[in-house]
Design a protein around this ligand. Structure first.
Ligand SMILES: Cc1cc2nc3c(=O)[nH]c(=O)nc-3n(C[C@H](O)[C@H](O)[C@H](O)COP(=O)(O)OP(=O)(O)OC[C@H]3O[C@@H](n4cnc5c(N)ncnc54)[C@H](O)[C@@H]3O)c2cc1C
Length: 483
């Protein structure tokens, strides 16, 4: 099958989805090509979910400028798109004189980058803010916050889809060529032609850049392992607690998520394979040890899960990490926007990155506004977050709110149905899980997994053997035992 577009975006991570959503404000035929069966399966859902204040990056860098802008706009964006965001602040805890001096340096650097509301707090104030934190002093960033990174990504994607963007999922780009002034993109089963192409392929940015004819970027993959702790500890940590960062490593942190879980992590280790997400015992032991220095209130028995994420870092010939690169090379690759090395703070900066991309495109072409663009996305009410009265009203309005499917996280049938029928269509267990929080509690799906599989069968019309856990090739069932 052949498809024709004005703009095709390669990659349905938070950056690709932000670009799709921002571009849908113009009258353009837009498509997103994503190799996984859903958006946000790679780095965009495998991070800490912190909305950074913009103080940890080089003065004058794109990372700093776009992070500060992303931080400022996050509250409004979260309201418009209904994803969880809390401007809870963040604290960097120190013990030694050298660490004190380093934190003062971080404040100076942050202020030069445009970050605001940064200040040192003494031991007494540190313990008033977080009684359970260990440390002699700290840097408080009041503007920092936390988001649910997957829900932010899927909210951007769903809003883009509602505004007319086509999402081609399970669609891996294998070849790109330039023919008769257009880009021709080939996947396993389909061919796409487009006037504009955007490389937003995250860890695969170097590979796609080569396909576009832009060669020579050196990308290294820095993997971070995390430990997820039982949510019962979450209330003791009102904001992310970080150690003091070096120039190249943010340090490990004890972070609360918007769902109230605690994360310990990440480690930082260079790897060959950008999609090797296995976690290693030696890293988990390191995390337990390091986190104990700043927050000694857990045991290994509080661990409910581990995961990892991979940062694609663009480095020069000496191995020095470079800034984000967002470019159009008119001669080598006309009408192609190339995004390279979108590592941290790519989540915080995703919408400003999208706007930067569009500014570059608009320097070369006039785009007509889309008068029908609707920046708002409908809210899916979360039963567990409602008051008793609100819950009763929801059940009266829609009896599916009266049936609890996931007991640990109190997720109702109504929420699972709205996930399955979202504008992209959830077709995997993970797509339902990330959108609703089912299977994320203490039993990790022991109770509800089969009921959700049954709903995917009846509601999405999937044969049980077609139901994948997350990626293509991860089937839940291999066939029938009887009859
Ligand atoms: C450990 C860790 C912690 C982090 N913490 C934070 C944080 O707290 N705050 C913050 O702001 N940032 C953080 N980040 C950074 C942030 O997560 C990333 O910058 C951001 O998610 C990058 O998004 P992306 O869309 O560019 O990449 P991705 O999410 O990787 O998306 C790229 C997409 O392209 C698809 N793709 C690749 N190749 C192809 C192909 N050939 N065909 C079709 N599709 C393809 C992939 O499947 C993927 O979905 C962290 C990152 C890591 C790893």
């Amino acid at each position: 099958m052949e498809h024709e577009y004005d703009v095709l975006i390669i990659g349905g991570g938070v950056v690709g989805c932000a670009i799709a959503r921002e571009l849908s404000a113009y009258r353009l035929q837009i498509g997103v090509l994503e190799k996984n069966p859903d958006v946000g399966y790679e780095t965009s859902a495998r991070n800490t979910g912190v909305v950074h204040g913009g103080f940890a990056y080089d003065v004058g860098s794109l990372k700093a400028a776009l992070c500060v802008e992303g931080n400022r706009m996050m509250g409004e964006l979260a309201k418009e798109l209904h994803f969880p965001f809390k401007r809870c602040g963040k604290i960097l805890v120190g013990h030694t004189e050298e660490e004190y001096a380093r934190l003062l340096e971080v404040i100076r650097q942050g202020e030069a980058c445009g970050a605001s509301n940064l200040r040192m707090v003494d031991r007494e104030e540190l313990h008033t803010i977080i009684p359970s934190a260990e440390g002699n002093f700290a840097l408080l960033s009041e503007n920092s916050g936390i988001v649910d990174p997957f829900l932010m990504t899927s909210a951007l994607a769903e809003n883009a889809a509602e505004n007319g963007v086509d999402f081609h999922l399970s669609c891996e780009v294998s070849d790109i060529s330039r023919e008769d002034g257009l880009w021709v993109i080939r996947t396993k089963n389909e061919v796409f032609t487009t006037r504009w192409i955007i490389n937003s392929a995250g860890a695969q940015c170097g590979k796609i850049s080569e396909m576009l004819g832009i060669r020579g970027y050196r990308i290294i993959f820095s993997k971070g392992d995390y430990i997820v702790l039982d949510p019962r500890l979450g209330t003791m940590v009102p904001m992310p607690i970080y150690t003091v960062p070096s120039n190249t490593y943010m340090g490990i942190h004890v972070t609360v998520t918007t769902e109230g879980n605690l994360l310990l992590g990440p480690t930082a280790e260079n790897k060959e394979d950008p999609e090797d997400y296995g976690t290693e015992q030696k890293n988990l032991d390191f995390l337990y040890e390091e986190a104990m220095r700043i927050w000694p209130h857990f045991t290994k028995g509080d661990c409910i899960r581990t995961y990892s994420g991979v940062l694609p870092k663009w480095v020069d010939e000496n191995g020095t990490i470079q800034d984000f690169r967002i470019e159009i090379r008119d001669k080598e690759a006309p009408n192609a926007v190339n995004l390279i090395g979108i590592e941290s703070p790519g989540l915080t900066a995703s919408v400003p990155i999208a706007r930067y991309v569009i500014r570059l495109m608009k320097e070369r072409e006039v785009f007509e506004p889309n008068a029908d663009f609707n920046p708002a996305r409908n809210e899916i009410r979360r039963f567990a977050d409602c008051t008793r009265e609100e819950q009763e009203a929801l059940i009266r309005e829609n009896p599916d709110y009266g049936e609890i499917v996931c007991r640990c996280s109190k997720v109702t049938r109504a929420e699972i149905l709205s996930a399955i029928h979202n504008p992209l269509g959830a077709r995997t267990m993970a797509a339902v899980k990330y959108r609703t929080r089912c299977m994320m509690g203490r039993c990790q799906g022991g109770y509800c997994q089969m009921r959700i599989a049954q709903m995917l069968e009846t509601e999405a019309g999937l044969d049980p053997c077609e139901i994948m856990y997350a990626r293509d090739g991860s089937p839940l069932f291999f066939g029938k035992v009887r009859g």
